[in-house]
Design a protein around this ligand. Structure first.
Ligand SMILES: C[S@@+](CC[C@H](N)C(=O)[O-])C[C@H]1O[C@@H](n2cnc3c(N)ncnc32)[C@H](O)[C@@H]1O
Length: 437
């Protein structure tokens, strides 16, 4: 076959000076002509040779394939599936550098959105690896029905699969179970399953599983229980505990919650303590009514309602949660924790907030998914006018948009923290405290 003309070959590569990180994994660079280039696997300040992956009208998506001048914070990724696997994007940076990039991304994203906020406090994760107590693994079926099942993740920026034997950001309990799960799938078959969601107990060998994208084959639970020696294998739910001393200095038994595979759980269990400590601290000791929107199974409301100082507890807590499974668990937790004045409004904030009156909402927590809060929700927040509004966000772009809107509704950001829940990835989690301006 004829060699491609030299100009075509050369046009697949660029030599670039890399600028700041952008939200979404890549760093920013420009061609000599000024075209915007996003560069994966590069660090600010580096000079790299980059391969063009995609050409778009207004930018190029590239990947650094040769580091011509390395940043001092560059390290060798410890995982053998980097860079093929799309799970981690920043293993090539020291953890300090990752935090600094997240800080910069947050500050810059808020600035561009017109949201004013004080410099964020940084809370590094206690563990930079092995922190995920939940993960979703794709099931790779044997080709032509011959051979063994594999488990894996999507390749970076594609839907192709990368089979893995281990994943360094997942808890050791999950990593150690993968081989047994593959054997169980070989025995029981995988039917129409596309993936499997695994949740482990943070300190005990317990594993909760759920098949996604299809029916779990009959017999898979038995096969998993037989293959995962030393594990307690659950199909329905799992108990997780939080150490109250780390959250608000309370003494005694840990705070116990039941989670199932459908309801949201903070995947970084150790760092969730910091997140909850901070959110409760931002709420302060206010004895008015507390409403928690996007409440999940109700962790923060239950923690606030059982604070050690009785006089600091809210007069009433109201949780609003759309997912049925989580709302049921929130109700269970009200009973389990003996909270007298509490209720769950099962449904969307868009449909439930208007049922509340301003005198019922002294404080409000919102912890929305990545899409953030819709304008009707923010309008209702303005009507209810809480004295403290704690906004937990997992997306700086929608956070910036919503903070700017809340500013227009008469709020200001009094404090903000970046709580790193997802080391090795570009994901940014923040907690912001807003008060009436
Ligand atoms: C990021 S999780 C927060 C969970 C909880 N704060 C915790 O720490 O466990 C977001 C939750 O919001 C729920 N949700 C998403 N959109 C919603 C809406 N419009 N109204 C009410 N709940 C919603 C989801 O089901 C999910 O449980």
């Amino acid at each position: 076959m004829a060699e491609p003309p030299e100009s075509d070959v050369l046009s697949q590569w660029l030599e670039l000076s890399v600028g700041e990180m952008t939200y979404g994994a890549a760093a920013l660079a420009r061609t000599p002509e000024g075209q915007v280039v996003f560069v994966d696997d590069a660090l600010p300040g580096e000079r790299v040779r980059a391969e063009i992956a995609t050409r778009r009208r207004h930018y190029l998506q590239t990947r650094a394939v040769q580091i011509l001048e390395a940043a001092p914070s560059r390290v060798l990724p410890p995982c053998r599936y980097v860079p093929e696997c799309g799970g981690c994007q920043w293993q090539h940076a020291t953890y300090d550098q990752q935090l600094e990039m997240k800080r910069q991304v947050l500050v810059e994203t808020l600035r561009r959105a017109g949201a004013e906020a004080p410099a964020p406090e940084l809370l590094p994760a206690p563990e930079a690896y092995r922190y995920r107590i939940r993960g979703e693994f794709h099931v790779v079926k044997p080709k032509g029905g011959v051979g063994s099942h594999e488990l894996g993740f999507n390749k970076r920026r594609t839907y192709e699969l990368v089979p893995v034997d281990d994943c360094l950001i997942h808890h050791q309990n999950i990593a150690d179970a993968l081989a047994g799960i593959r054997r169980a799938l070989d025995q029981a078959g995988s039917g129409t399953l596309r993936s499997i969601r695994l949740t482990t107990h943070p300190t005990r060998r317990e594993l909760l599983w759920r098949g996604l994208g299809g029916e779990a084959p009959v017999g898979l639970q038995e096969a998993l229980a037989a293959e995962l020696e030393g594990y307690l294998v659950h199909q329905d739910s799992l108990t997780v505990e939080y150490d109250g001393a780390a959250i608000d200095g309370r003494e005694g038994e840990p705070l116990v919650f039941r989670v199932d595979s459908e309801c949201f759980v903070q995947v970084n269990h150790a760092q969730a303590h910091n997140l909850y400590r901070l959110a409760l601290g931002y709420l302060g000791d206010r004895p008015g009514g507390l409403v928690e929107g996007y409440a999940g199974f109700g962790a923060m409301s239950i923690m606030a309602a059982t604070r050690p100082a009785v006089e600091a507890r809210p007069t009433r807590v109201t949780m609003i949660e759309e997912a049925k499974a989580a709302a049921i668990l929130a109700r269970l937790h009200i009973r389990l924790h003996g909270v007298a004045k509490a209720g769950v409004l099962a449904g969307r904030l868009e449909d439930k907030l208007f049922q509340l009156e301003p005198d019922e909402v002294d404080s409000l927590i919102v912890d929305p998914p990545r899409a953030g809060c819709t304008p009707p929700v923010l309008a209702e927040v303005a009507r209810l006018h809480p004295q403290r509004l704690v906004y937990v966000s997992c997306d700086p772009a929608t956070l910036g948009r919503d903070l700017a809107r809340l500013q227009r509704h008469g709020y200001r950001v009094e404090a903000q923290a970046l709580v790193d829940m997802f080391p090795q990835t570009y994901h940014v989690e923040t907690v912001s405290l807003l008060v009436p301006a």
